[in-house]
Design a binder for this molecule. Structure first.
Ligand code: NOJ
Length: 572
């Protein structure tokens, strides 16, 4: 029997609750909607669900500002609705993990309300308080990182918005309270957590000022207008320097160990995945996080064979230093970044729009065939694209509305220009409601209801679930098929990774092998037919288990790959 844990074998699917499915027709996604769509998710072939925050929140950061860790946002439903969802997901054979935001709470959380009420209340030391701002630190969302609370006559620290005060994790009472919140959900049966922004939990104890000669709005503006390579390099340097004393500070490992031991009180291999790419947070492979994301793969400008190979070489080497058991986790998109279909599309760089769907298939093939746990983001299975919301009044990402105000009022940018820039940097563009049908509002909510974010009108052009379910050539059909191929092929899940044809610019080729099975994956990223010779592998025959161009017989070890072909075969 395989010794791999469920979360190593699973394909995860991220649900953004506000946009996924609206069960009560009020224009906001909810738990009833999610429960109704479990059959869809099961058919898709995913094994585990990660829910972005579903807790009560004043929604200054779309749920990442939590005002009660042990309840459900009323617009999403009730705790009972959640229990029904969890039990049905389990009954469908799917695991569920929640988003745990450790660094900060909402400023409307009762802990903060009490903490700010005086300097000597029982929770006075639960957040980070100072008499005067000790440095020029910025919040990564909205200007200075220190905000005045008149009730105490002091300033509090926030890495994110001022509505998201940082907890003081040096205080053992904070740890105790948050671990109890985690236990609340673990008792109920959730299978683990995605840990938000763990790198931001501790700050430089010396409070060293940053050295960037501008503030956050200035740096965003400079990033938008920088043109020359020198300016671009400076932008990158400034982003690193601006936050370097507020990120990745000592203390995180100890904290992760503590949380790990909380999860270990429960059976069922509960798991933790950190929103970070530092593999050292996987501890010795057992005592900290189960996984961290391979963000360098997600952040590459262009997914090419060369960059995937380089990424794999670096990640595999880094993981090996952690422990022989340390496991990878690959993703190409989430609720914080441009949609994968828009990011890697050919049409974006002046190419052929027809190629976009082929590239979308290659993208999925990369995450499903590399070694590691794949995370998919809701909507990518139908090729949802970024939607630049034209009316700035309809933006909900406060990071973008804040920037719009600064552009117009401080930097004197013309409002229509500012609106374009705000829409482009906003994360709303990749959080629009899921497009279920070719119907008003994409079938997400009734025609007469205004959804919380506008629906991308391209639902009428075939980018919707219902049309694609009926089309054997659709992206959705392809997702289902490739997910099944992965599940039926142990080497694609458990096998090691060995690159072949390592200098090819066009083709990403690698072997995935277990002691019982050897699988060759070849992904042609070019628009040309490519011939490759695999005689060096010393294996005589290949049985095709998937070809995107329906090539079933080949002259293996000679292979002619069609343009953009995905070709996967068992070798023997
Ligand atoms: C990371 C989350 O993914 C993002 O959406 C959020 O705004 C910040 N952390 C703050 O919680």
């Amino acid at each position: 029997m395989s010794h791999f844990k469920w979360w190593q074998k699973a394909v995860f699917y991220q649900i953004y609750p506000r946009s996924f499915a609206d069960g009560n027709g009020d224009g906001i996604g909810d738990i009833k909607g999610m429960t109704e769509k479990l059959g869809y998710l099961k058919d898709l072939g995913v094994d585990a669900l990660w829910l972005s925050p579903h807790f009560p929140s004043p929604m200054f950061d779309c749920g990442y500002d939590i005002s009660n860790y042990e309840d459900v946002a009323p617009e999403y439903g009730t705790l009972d609705d959640f229990r029904i969802f969890l039990d049905s997901a389990h009954a469908h054979g799917m695991h569920v993990i929640l988003d745990l935001v450790l660094n900060h709470t909402s400023d409307e959380h009762r802990w903060f309300l009490e903490s700010k009420s005086s300097r000597d209340n029982p929770k006075a030391d639960w957040y980070v308080w100072v008499d005067t701002p000790p440095n020029n630190w910025q919040s990564c969302f909205d200007g200075p990182a220190w905000t005045f609370a008149p009730e105490r006559g002091q300033y509090y620290y926030h890495y994110f918005m001022k509505q998201q005060p940082d907890l003081n994790w040096h205080n053992p009472e904070v740890r105790k309270a948050m671990w109890n919140a985690a236990r609340f959900w673990l008792e109920m049966g959730v299978d683990g957590f995605r840990l938000d922004a763990i790198g931001t939990i501790f700050e430089d104890p010396k409070l060293t000022p940053h050295t960037v000669p501008m503030d956050l709005a200035g740096l965003r503006h400079f990033s938008d207008i920088a043109k020359t390579p020198e300016e671009r390099a400076l932008v990158e340097q400034y982003w690193m320097d601006m936050f370097k004393y507020q990120l990745g500070q000592p203390g995180i490992h100890e904290l992760m160990k503590e949380l790990r031991s909380v999860l270990d009180e429960y059976d069922g291999d509960r798991m933790l995945v950190g929103e970070d790419d530092d593999v050292t947070y996987q501890g010795n492979g057992e005592d900290e996080l189960s996984l961290v994301f391979n963000f360098p793969l997600m952040r590459t400008d262009q997914l090419s064979p060369e960059c995937v190979r380089k990424n794999q070489q670096e990640r595999i080497a880094a993981l090996a230093k952690v422990s022989p058991e340390a496991w990878a986790c690959n993703t190409l998109g989430n609720h914080d970044c441009a949609r994968v279909f828009s990011r890697y599309s050919a049409s974006r760089s002046g190419g052929d729009a027809f190629q976009d769907t082929k590239l979308a298939r290659l993208n999925l093939a990369v995450v499903l065939t590399l070694r590691g746990t794949p995370f998919l983001y809701n909507g990518e299975e139908i090729g949802m694209t970024d939607y630049l919301i034209p009316d700035q009044a309809r933006l909900r990402d406060t990071m973008a509305t804040w920037y719009y105000e600064r552009l117009v009022n401080e930097l004197k940018v013309e409002p229509s220009q500012a609106a374009l820039r705000a829409a482009a940097m906003s994360r709303d563009k990749n959080r629009t409601p899921l497009q279920w049908r070719n119907a008003p509002n994409g079938g997400f909510c009734p025609a007469e209801v205004t959804p919380w974010l506008p629906v991308n009108p391209n639902y009428a052009e075939g980018i919707n679930v219902q049309d694609q379910e009926m089309d054997p050539t659709s992206l959705l059909t392809f997702y289902r098929r490739l997910l099944r191929v992965r599940k039926a092929t142990p080497a694609l899940v458990e096998g090691d990774y060995r690159p072949v044809h390592e200098t090819s610019q066009e083709v990403l080729a690698f072997l995935r092998s277990t002691s019982d099975q050897k699988v060759l994956v070849t992904l042609n990223f070019s628009e040309n037919q490519i011939s490759l010779d695999f005689s060096d592998l010393g294996v005589k025959s290949a049985r095709v288990i998937y070809s995107s161009t329906a090539q079933v017989t080949t002259d293996y070890p000679q292979l002619i790959l069609n343009p953009f072909e995905i070709w996967i075969a068992k070798l023997s």
